[in-house]
Design a protein around this ligand. Structure first.
Ligand SMILES: C[C@](O)(C(=O)O)[C@H](CC(=O)O)C(=O)O
Ligand SMILES: [Mg+2]
Length: 299
């Protein structure tokens, strides 16, 4: 029997330090990340909102929107998937339990749950508000209790750093770990040493969110290893690059009446087919139907 997704995520963390976690905006991106050698992948809440719905990351997408993308990704790769569960998709313990159970059923390995208010915002934007410590502790307890895979990872994200400061954020994550959180995600960290302080305060893996154009400098893997970070997340890096490339193609076709000048920025048909295992699918079709097709042609 193949190990559970949660187990595979924990194994990946044990195998690579810090573990690089690649954001995959859709199933095809997950195939590319898999072939590139990543050991774990991520479904971003901002990515579901922008990429799948064309909407901002402002608590508009629903659990179902996220599950649709989770299933599409876990259907085509065995890489363990960390999922952005925002504030849990509902304020009652039963809402959070439903989120956890549905994510596990959909093949997810891990989720992060944050302490922002329900009407959450992007972690790197102003105007964030957080719930009380007690309310977040209840969220964690509900999530941990609902696990149907004991290895499914419940990661506590705190947005407190930008709102209440470092000491309050450290106090909070200590309580979240006491409540059962397996790992910690301090959001919008501005200095390397802050990771070190979180890691010293809690004896669980720490995630660094290295998202571009936000509040966190683009620390390297070596710098983060030195600050005792266990997981490094690149939530939207490939998505941002895809968008810039796509926009350039749209503009060029519109302005020049041809795509000739941007053809070298495109993935070729051969490359696309390689990532899709296209030829293996074609051979399967041939082995299933070609003989009968030939026979019917000869009749
Ligand atoms: C990690 C994050 O929660 C996401 O949804 O991907 C975002 C990323 C971003 O907006 O850059 C966040 O940090 O809030
Ligand atoms: Mg998010």
């Amino acid at each position: 029997m193949i190990a559970s997704a949660g187990f595979r995520f924990r194994a990946a963390i044990a195998a690579e330090k810090p573990l690089q976690v690649a954001g995959c905006v859709n199933a095809y991106a997950a195939r590319m990340a898999d072939r590139t050698g990543f050991r774990a992948i991520y479904l971003s809440g901002a990515g579901v909102a922008a990429g799948s719905l064309g909407l901002p990351d402002l608590a508009i997408s629903t659990l179902d929107d996220v599950l649709t993308d989770v299933r599409r990704i876990t259907d085509i790769t065995d890489l363990p998937l960390l999922v952005d569960a925002d504030t849990g998709f509902g304020s009652s313990a039963f809402n959070i339990a439903r989120t956890v159970k549905s994510l596990i059923k959909s093949g997810a390995a891990a989720m992060h749950l944050e302490d922002q208010v329900q009407a959450k915002r992007c972690g790197h934007r102003p105007g964030k508000a957080i719930v009380s410590q007690e309310e977040m502790v209840d969220r964690i307890k509900a999530a941990v209790d609902a696990r149907t895979d004991p290895d499914f990872v419940v990661m506590a994200r705190t947005d407190a750093l930008a709102v209440e400061g470092l000491q309050a954020a450290i106090d909070r994550v200590s309580l979240y770990v006491e409540a059962g959180a397996d790992m910690v995600f301090p959001e919008a960290v501005t200095e390397l040493d802050i990771y070190r302080q979180f890691a010293a305060a809690v004896q669980v893996p720490i995630l660094a969110n290295i998202t571009e154009f936000g509040l966190t400098p683009l620390f390297t893997i070596e710098e983060l290893a030195g600050a005792n970070v266990s997981l490094v997340l690149y939530p939207l890096s490939a998505f941002r690059a895809m968008n810039a490339a796509a926009l350039n193609v749209y503009r060029t076709i519109r302005q020049e009446g041809s795509q000739k000048n941007v053809i070298d920025t495109m993935q070729t048909r051969a490359e696309l087919y390689e990532f899709l295992d296209y030829h293996a699918y074609e051979e399967k079709l041939n082995s299933l139907f070609l003989e009968s097709f030939k026979k019917s042609e000869n009749e």
